[in-house]
Design a protein around this ligand. Structure first.
Ligand code: FES
Length: 147
């Protein structure tokens, strides 16, 4: 019974994508008819550095099983240095994940340019599969809104 539940599990994956590269990459994947799982819910942000690390933790609190942050490649940020701040912040957040009891594999940072639609689709497929194998995220479920 549990094995079937695990096999049927469809993760909720939240993807924060910067407007200038990663969101355009997702758009390109769509235009080129490259499929990626519908479990991915994209949140478009002006730049990856706009994403406060608390947004990622809040996503888990609100029911996400995996969270991915996508931005321009280092050196290509539309705002020059935004993704350098992202990289430092995410390094700090990753070091705290085990303390919070969240598996490291549930969170990922990826640099995807506007020309990398195929990469975007491949990354999302691989990340969804990883999260699906981990199963539902229950660590922060106390924070989830209940009706
Ligand atoms: Fe894409 Fe800054 S605009 S990471």
């Amino acid at each position: 019974m549990q094995i079937n539940e695990q096999n049927d599990f469809r993760p909720t994956v939240v993807a924060f994508c910067c407007n200038w590269c990663s969101y355009a990459g997702a758009d390109l994947a769509g235009n080129n008819r490259l499929s990626y799982p519908a479990d991915v819910k994209i949140i478009r942000v002006p730049c990856s550095c706009r994403v406060n690390p608390m947004f990622l933790l809040r996503a888990f609190g609100r029911g996400a099983d995996g969270v991915i942050l996508c931005g321009c490649h280092p050196g290509d940020c539309h705002y020059t240095t935004g993704n350098y701040f992202t990289r430092r912040r995410m390094t700090a957040l990753f070091s705290m994940l085990s303390y919070l009891g969240i598996e490291r594999q549930r969170m990922r940072v990826e640099w995807v340019s506007a020309a990398e639609g195929a990469k975007f689709a491949a990354v999302m497929k691989a990340f969804c599969e990883t999260v699906r194998e981990l199963g539902p995220s229950r660590r922060l479920e106390d924070l989830r809104c209940r009706k």
